[in-house]
Design a protein around this ligand. Structure first.
Ligand code: SAH
Length: 324
């Protein structure tokens, strides 16, 4: 079984110790009642990964673990076959002993767009809400963060994270299978990231308050979300589907998003980047079996989704909680 004991032990010694008031009970409940039907299959896959000697590690420019020369060709084949059992691999890319996990998303593009604008992560406690397989967790650690926690309720992503962690073995990077709504008001993180999650929330204002309550005074929020063109009164609530996704609720304009953040008590709110998602950032690869961006866009008009809404455009917002 997946155990979180090491995490509990670690936070008992650091500024997250008050999380222990609720977390072990939540995760025990999760383990007893919430496990995905394929969970034990995925766990077997994880347990079958060979222990390897990792000769080199880069998590500051990419996520590249070891070289192909560290392992035998049999081990390479075995790792490839096992990791393919954890498809779909959406967020990445990862390089593991020469194996290129060419994920659906080039999550490194998003990282490159935001990294010039964020506060130096050195020595910081960092939380990534809705972290997927945890690609950005590694890049945060690579940028010097002291303690990195990701949360994501999708269990396959926890397995993918653990597969990468199996090779890296960094005690200061963790992923917990939680939704944002399960977090107590920790007020303990120096930086909170929430990227690609707001539009999946039915109550975006409650969501912003939940993000705020994870931050220390004077902390930094990095929020990335789908946006539409328009003024501070413009918000798109699409119909049943947006770009074939069923669970999309609020797409604000940049001005509306800034107004929401300010209304919730954030200061120094700014938009640092906007970007139309290009077909080289989200595309079908051999690591996913489903459709990708190309199939979600109107084949005759790339400025529209298949449903006729504005095509995906994303913005990165940075804001601070008031200083104490
Ligand atoms: N942050 C990553 C992944 C975004 S995809 C990036 O920007 O590349 C959105 C993620 O939000 C998915 O992995 C999904 O599992 C997660 N998610 C869905 N509901 C959530 C919730 N209630 N709390 C936290 N994360 C959630």
């Amino acid at each position: 079984m997946i155990s979180f004991n090491k995490f509990y032990q670690q936070i008992s010694q650091n500024r997250l110790s008050h999380w222990l008031n609720v977390l072990p009970a939540q995760l025990t409940h999760w383990r007893e009642t919430q496990l995905h039907g394929d969970f034990s299959l995925w766990k077997k896959t994880l347990d079958a990964l060979p222990k390897t000697h990792v000769s080199t590690l880069d998590i500051s420019e990419s996520v590249s673990i070891g070289t192909q020369d560290d392992i035998s060709s049999g081990e390479f084949k075995r790792i490839t076959n096992l990791l393919k059992k954890l498809k779909p691999w959406r967020k990445g890319p990862y390089h593991i002993h020469g194996l290129h996990i060419d994920t659906e998303w080039r999550s490194d593009f998003k990282w490159d767009r935001l990294v010039p604008y964020i506060s130096d992560l050195k020595h910081r406690y960092v939380l990534d809400i809705g972290c997927g397989s945890g690609y950005h967790l590694w890049r945060m650690r690579g940028a010097g963060a002291k303690f990195v926690v990701g949360i994501d309720p999708t269990q396959l992503f926890l397995m993918q994270f653990n597969a990468v962690q199996h090779f890296i073995q960094d005690p200061n990077v963790h992923l917990l299978p939680l939704g944002v709504e399960q977090l107590p008001e920790l007020k303990a993180f120096d930086t909170v990231f929430a990227m690609g999650v707001l539009y999946h929330r039915r109550s975006p204002i409650d969501f912003i308050y939940q993000l705020k309550s994870q931050l220390v005074a004077g902390g930094e929020l990095v929020l990335e979300t789908l946006i539409v063109d328009g003024d501070e009164n413009t918000v798109l609530v699409p119909g049943e589907r947006y770009a074939k996704m069923r669970n999309v609720w609020f797409l604000p304009s940049c001005a509306a998003m800034c107004a929401w953040l300010e209304r919730c008590g954030f200061e120094n709110v700014r938009v640092v980047n906007t970007d139309i998602t290009a077909l080289d950032e989200q595309r079908k690869t051999e690591w996913i079996d489903t459709e990708s961006l190309k199939d979600f866009i109107d084949p005759n008009d790339a400025s529209k989704t298949i449903e006729g809404y504005p095509a995906p455009k994303r913005a990165i917002f940075i804001a601070n909680t008031p200083k104490a």
